[in-house]
Design a protein around this ligand. Structure first.
Ligand code: CO
Length: 249
């Protein structure tokens, strides 16, 4: 299969999907407060997707049961919304994918519930910064490894561990296309980036160790050592001049 280059028309469709994802994440962020159940966020995501004429990328994907992933504190990714109630001081990753006109958008953000501690605040800033560093390294003529290395350098120089078993990915008609995009690895390696490549970059940073475990629900991925973790994700397109972020409003 290889890496699929998108035409300008296809990227226009991906901009639409990306905008839907970004709009819904904004709505969900505004609803994150102590006392809300994670299931309520999933219900809002479902109704917003429908209102905007989009389908969930996640629901039914390998049997995933929800529209949204909600991962709290030491949970890294793929948390299933349910009866858990958000509490003041929690950090919550919201991950959403939408399909519109046959194309996908995928993004995630991590936010605090009410007032959060300084360690958590720094973790969120570092993870968002690592995503920005990856986006800044993405341009036609760079190599895939340059993105990975930029993310790794940003995160590790600030003392955070990078999750290794889960990666960014190509995206288009499918949520997961080639290539996989690790959040670590050597610069100057891997395929040369070309205009029209579309990918989801998604660094996951832990305060403690990089190791992970999967919960009894077979989905929720947490840090093995129980330390806090954060996750930010954008879908981008490689352009002549650099990278265009598609998951913005
Ligand atoms: Co993704």
């Amino acid at each position: 299969m290889g890496i699929i280059i998108k035409s300008e028309r296809e990227i226009t469709a991906m901009r639409q999907a990306g905008r839907v994802v970004a709009e819904i994440l904004e709505v969900l962020k505004s609803q994150v407060k102590p006392g809300i159940k994670t299931r309520e966020l999933d219900i809002m995501a479902a109704s917003e997707l429908q209102r905007l004429g989009a389908k969930s990328s996640f629901k039914g994907y390998r049997g995933y049961p929800a529209n949204l992933c909600v991962s709290i504190n030491d949970e890294i990714v793929h948390g299933i919304p349910g009866e858990r109630v958000l509490a003041k001081g929690d950090i919550v990753s919201l991950d959403l994918g939408a399909i519109i006109g046959g194309f996908q958008g995928d993004a995630a953000t991590t936010v605090g519930v009410g007032e959060i501690g300084p360690e958590a605040k720094e973790l969120l800033a570092a993870t968002e910064g690592a995503l920005k560093a990856g986006i800044n390294a993405a341009n036609a003529k760079a190599r895939l490894g340059d993105i990975s290395a930029a993310i790794q350098q940003y995160a590790e120089s600030r003392g955070y561990a990078i999750v290794r078993e889960y990666t960014g990915h190509g995206i288009g008609r499918e949520m997961h296309e080639e290539p996989q995009i690790p959040n670590f690895g050597p610069a100057g390696t891997g395929p040369v980036l070309k205009k029209g490549m579309t990918m989801a970059l998604e660094p996951m940073l832990n305060i403690g160790d990089w190791r992970t475990r999967v919960g009894d629900d077979q989905w929720t991925v947490s840090t093995a050592d129980g330390s806090l973790s954060a996750h930010f994700e954008h879908t981008i397109a490689i352009t002549d001049g650099g990278a265009e972020v598609l998951t913005i409003t």
